[in-house]
Ligand binder design. Structure first.
Ligand SMILES: [Zn+2]
Length: 212
């Protein structure tokens, strides 16, 4: 933590070659936490986790394999990293909630119907209410692979956001929503947008956020 700020490196969807390299330490000397919004190879996340030596949280993207076969073995998730899917995690006072996957458009594992996303979100309601009583807020950061419906999503079937997430943002008002899944050819095009009280950030392929 630097002056009460937590520097968070967001990763998603595309491997950045210069991060998959020993120089990643000098690029991010003062990052406190890494969050992956999905669709990244597990070996890449493990490399970043090992070199930066800070906690790494993730959600799976719709392109994540059930098993990744790499030179160093098979894995179903990045080793040493913590999944946020359907979890509420208090990381040094920052409350994180996550949901993996995208809207269903094929038979792959990490895809859900709009209805299934509603169920996942509604099931967190009691725990979020408890947070509100205990900490005075429901959460700080929502981490998902898919964007919310019409908040940074796209119009084609595979990139339509979840309506449940939109409702979630309206009701629980996190400070941030980090998501992936939507690729932009020019990284500079990406600007955070605000929805209700939430700053919505597309992590693809990376962003750095200072959380106060
Ligand atoms: Zn995706």
């Amino acid at each position: 933590m630097n002056n009460g700020k937590t520097r968070i490196l967001l990763l998603s969807d595309q491997v950045v070659d210069r991060f998959y390299n020993e120089q990643v330490r000098s690029i991010f000397p003062d990052v406190d936490m890494v969050i992956s919004c999905g669709d990244l190879p597990y070996y890449y996340l493990e490399f970043i986790l090992d070199r930066l030596n800070v906690p790494l949280y993730y959600v799976h993207g719709n392109h994540d394999p059930e098993v990744e076969f790499a030179t160093h073995g098979e894995r179903k998730h990045p080793w040493g990293a913590a999944s946020l899917h359907r979890k509420i995690v208090n990381h040094q006072g920052i409350i994180l909630v996550g949901f993996e996957g995208s809207v269903r458009y094929s038979k792959a594992k990490y895809q859900f119907s709009q209805w299934e996303a509603w169920l996942q979100v509604v099931q967190k309601f009691p725990a979020l209410l408890w947070n509100r009583i205990r900490y005075g807020r429901y959460l700080d950061i929502l981490v998902t692979h898919s964007p919310a419906y019409q908040v940074g999503d796209a119009e084609d079937r595979a990139h339509t956001g979840f309506k449940a997430y939109r409702w979630f943002l309206t009701v629980f008002r996190p400070k941030y929503h980090f998501h992936g899944h939507i690729h932009h050819y020019d990284h500079r095009e990406l600007k955070p947008q605000t929805f209700e009280q939430t700053i919505v950030i597309n992590a693809c392929p990376y962003q750095v956020v200072e959380f106060e």
